[in-house]
Ligand binder design. Structure first.
Ligand SMILES: [Zn+2]
Length: 229
């Protein structure tokens, strides 16, 4: 006999969808307990599959087979009902704090297990801000994506000698190939930098172009290299 899920906020994955993405979030609340209460409150109508506290405690809130309510409007690599096609992980963090070592270690163990369990590629581990540019900013500029990438749990660009021309159309095209949904240049550029060029500001430049081009060429979904549907 299995225990009842901690959160009542879930449904069936639609259209036979299975998890093909992992979306990382921060809770943006003062405490993990407050976040847990909200993620389990039927009136809030939000949830995630997993919640990881600052001390590394991992709690399952919704079974991975089910559709949790963490992503909302947005898209990635052609997925438009991201909740049906993803697993959501909430990291307890008020939004402006560093992510403590025990929390990152717990996330790495959990991510490794999820990717193996569902056959998910590292390029399909994304930020909430990636799939909802302009609307969401989590897990934010303090999250260490390079650390995950070093362990094969996410991807980072390594552009080498790539030097494409700096054009808005070029950037937007490569961003779409990598997986980003359609959005204006300034919105996409901000979302891209939040993850791949943290704390950088200013107009589109050669570094942005080299980074997004490398991501698109090596990890883009257009080639069908990782998307199963
Ligand atoms: Zn989020």
């Amino acid at each position: 006999m299995t225990e009842a899920p901690a959160s009542p906020n879930f449904g069936a994955r639609r259209g036979g969808a299975r998890p093909e993405l992992v979306v990382l979030h921060y809770t943006g609340m003062a405490s993990c307990a407050a976040a847990r209460a909200r993620l389990c409150d039927p009136a809030a109508e939000v949830s995630a599959h997993w919640l990881i506290a600052e001390d590394g405690t991992v709690e399952a809130l919704v079974p991975e087979e089910m559709r949790a309510w963490h992503a909302g409007a947005g898209g990635w690599a052609g997925f438009t009902d991201v909740n049906s096609s993803s697993i959501g992980i909430e990291l307890a963090n008020p939004g402006d704090a560093p992510f403590p070592e025990p929390q990152m270690t717990a996330l790495e163990a959990l991510l490794g297990a999820i990717l193996a369990r569902w056959g998910i590629a590292p390029q399909a581990v994304i930020a909430h801000s990636d799939m909802a540019p302009g609307r969401k900013a989590d897990p934010g500029p303090r999250f260490d994506w390079a650390r995950l990438a070093r362990q094969g749990l996410a991807v980072m660009p390594a552009p080498g000698g790539i030097a494409p021309p700096v054009t808005a159309a070029g950037f937007l095209g490569m961003a779409e190939t990598f997986g980003y949904p359609e959005a204006p240049l300034e919105v996409l550029l901000a979302a891209f930098r939040l993850r791949f060029r943290q704390r950088h500001a200013g107009p589109l430049d050669a570094t942005d172009m080299a980074l997004i081009t490398d991501l698109a060429l090596r990890f883009g979904a257009d080639g069908g290299s990782w998307r199963s549907s």
